[in-house]
Design a binder for this molecule. Structure first.
Ligand SMILES: *Cc1c(COP(=O)(O)O)cnc(C)c1O
Length: 213
């Protein structure tokens, strides 16, 4: 399955985050030995534990909602934080980045689902964020989650919305920042639509590892 997904992503230059939440270190190692190096987790404690146990050339992405008081635990090693959903969280990541002498790559999470969803920011919520003051974070792009539905046209509209937000930010705020380049969208059930709509990074769990219990 890994090779099949990779061959679908390859022509688009889309990268694969293997979502390993709830999976054992052995399951992750299995995927590692097949060549996968980017893994995504949604809980800080699990992420830290797996980071400590597993090979050090793994790139760990935090894909889930992140509480400010837990940033310090992942700041030393995290490769990308996908779900930055407030300016206060970005401030804390910046502070912890400075404490660990790192520049931490982050994605801004936007609410794109037409149905009510808990996390993510409204379209213009980050427009007045003083990004330049945060010297220890690097804004690498945007992230969003579509509604969990079999209505593929709805999912497509939601992904288009994220792409439009990305384009607008790229033109108006990050025009001089080449690192602002990622659109993290697409999961097991909707990654093909996401690729068609311009995803640069898909986050796939159950399709790779089997259903979570
Ligand atoms: C669990 C999770 C995924 C992967 O979901 P699958 O349906 O198993 O592919 C992707 N993104 C986030 C934020 C997740 O929490």
């Amino acid at each position: 399955m890994l090779q099949q997904i990779k061959s679908e992503l390859e022509p688009h230059g889309t990268s694969l985050v293997a979502v390993s939440k709830t999976r054992t270190s052995d399951e992750i190692l299995g995927m590692y030995h097949k060549g996968q190096r980017i893994f995504g987790e949604n809980r800080v404690q699990e992420l830290v534990q797996k980071y400590e146990e597993l090979p050090k050339d793994i790139e760990w992405h935090m894909i889930g909602h992140l509480q400010r008081n837990k940033v310090k635990y992942i700041a030393p090693f995290v490769t990308l934080i996908h779900a930055v959903d407030s300016i206060r969280l970005l401030e804390e990541i910046n502070k912890q980045g400075a404490a660990h002498e790192r520049i931490i790559p982050c994605l801004l999470q936007y609410k794109i689902a037409e149905e009510e969803s808990k996390f993510g920011m409204g379209d213009s919520s980050f427009d007045n964020c003083p990004f330049d003051e945060f010297e220890n974070v690097k804004i690498a792009g945007v992230m969003g989650m579509a509604t969990f539905t079999s209505d593929s046209e709805q999912v497509r509209r939601e992904f288009k919305k994220l792409k439009n937000i990305f384009n607008r930010l790229k033109e108006n705020i990050f025009q001089d920042k080449s690192e602002f380049s990622e659109i993290s969208m697409g999961m097991s059930g909707d990654y093909r639509i996401a690729i068609e709509e311009g995803s640069t990074m898909v986050r796939i769990g159950s399709l790779l590892f089997g259903n979570r219990i």
